[in-house]
Design a protein around this ligand. Structure first.
Ligand code: DAH
Length: 338
């Protein structure tokens, strides 16, 4: 009986020797040591072995089991190691190859300048408000004292959706919406997209504006001038000349346009400023008492200033960009320069 075990041992040793991969080792382990394995069976039936030979039989069986287990383990670790090695050889990583370049995104120049403008006014205590781009005729025109026959209401300039609904042509309607909902004092800037039925080298049907206004008791034109000068110096440089010119807007009285000294020639006169030395940059004025009446403010008690400007224009002047279309083409070679 002991001989049986020794011959199983000899066969197992041969088989294990002949195994030439991990899979073969694994199936031999099952064959000899698994739940229904050859040696496991023998251990299970140890009880039926005659008493006289049981000690020797048992000892041999146990030694054989341990021996087979250990040579299986040895061969298994050998195959595992060589599998790892050949895997490493096959998938060699060359750590000296340059990595894949993942280009970082850039903020669009319009967003950059917008953020800068917002920063300046935030530092003066202005808060951001927004209004809808699809706007009622009432807010876009009527409440801003723009009469029915005003040229701005012409179909050629305004995208009408219905008789009463337009794509806002400017950010000024945000003034009315904010004032309707809040009591003074107010310091607000309102950036956003605006739309005009216009497309050529210097006009796009959608562009960006930023509106600003301040309402309180005793706000004067001096406050307007101080705020705008501070702002323009922050954006274009401390030494930039700034001038106010009388103008007209239905929603401000008095109204002014603000020029800066030409960014190209510095004021001596060139092609960009058409020889004048000045470049128009924004519209502003003291909020018309009629607008205050529309929103239920007492014009005897409150005064305020307002201003509005095109962000594309400011960006072009700040960076010397001469073609508006560049902003909308999304050519990375252009955008990467900012
Ligand atoms: N809304 C005017 C426009 O689109 C710009 C403007 C001018 C806004 C004067 C103002 C202002 O707030 O006071 O041309």
């Amino acid at each position: 009986m002991v001989e049986d075990i020794l011959s199983i041992k000899a066969i197992a040793e041969e088989e294990i020797k002949g195994a030439n991969d991990l899979k073969a080792i694994q199936s031999l382990r099952v064959k000899y040591l698994g739940k229904k394995g050859v040696l496991t069976d023998k251990i299970k039936s140890l009880g039926s072995v005659p008493k006289e030979i049981r000690p020797e039989y048992g000892k041999t069986l146990n030694e054989t089991k341990n021996h087979i287990e250990s040579i299986l383990n040895q061969k298994e670790s050998f195959f595992k190691a060589s599998e790892l090695e050949s895997g490493l050889k096959a998938n060699r990583i060359d750590v000296t190859v340059p990595g894949n370049f993942i280009p970082a995104g850039h903020k669009h120049p319009i967003s950059r300048v917008l953020d800068e403008i917002v920063d300046v006014f935030s530092s003066l205590g202005f808060v951001i408000e927004e209004g809808p781009e699809i706007e009622l005729d009432y807010y876009n025109f009527e409440a801003l004292n723009i009469p029915r026959d005003h040229p701005a209401r012409d179909m050629q300039d305004t995208f009408y959706i219905t008789d009463d609904v337009v794509l806002r042509t400017h950010t000024s309607p945000v003034q009315v919406r904010v004032m309707q909902k809040n009591k003074p004092p107010l310091r607000v800037i309102a950036p956003g997209k605006v739309y005009r039925c216009d497309a050529d080298v210097t006009h796009t049907p959608m562009f960006h504006q930023i509106e600003g206004f301040m309402v309180d008791e005793h706000i004067s034109m001096g406050d307007l001038k101080g705020a705008l000068e501070l702002f323009l110096h922050a954006i274009f440089g401390e030494d930039t000349g700034v001038r106010f010119r009388p103008s007209f807007f239905p929603f401000t009285e008095p109204s002014a346009e603000v020029d800066i000294a030409c960014v190209m020639c510095g004021g001596t006169g060139c092609r960009l400023c058409k020889g004048s030395g000045w470049i128009e940059i924004l519209g502003c004025g003291m909020i018309n008492p009629k607008v205050f009446e529309m929103v239920g403010y007492d014009p005897e008690k409150y005064t305020g200033f307002a201003f509005g400007m095109g962000i594309e224009r400011i960006t072009m002047l700040k960076y010397g960009i001469d073609d508006l279309r560049l902003f909308f083409e999304n050519d990375k070679r252009f955008l990467e320069q900012f």
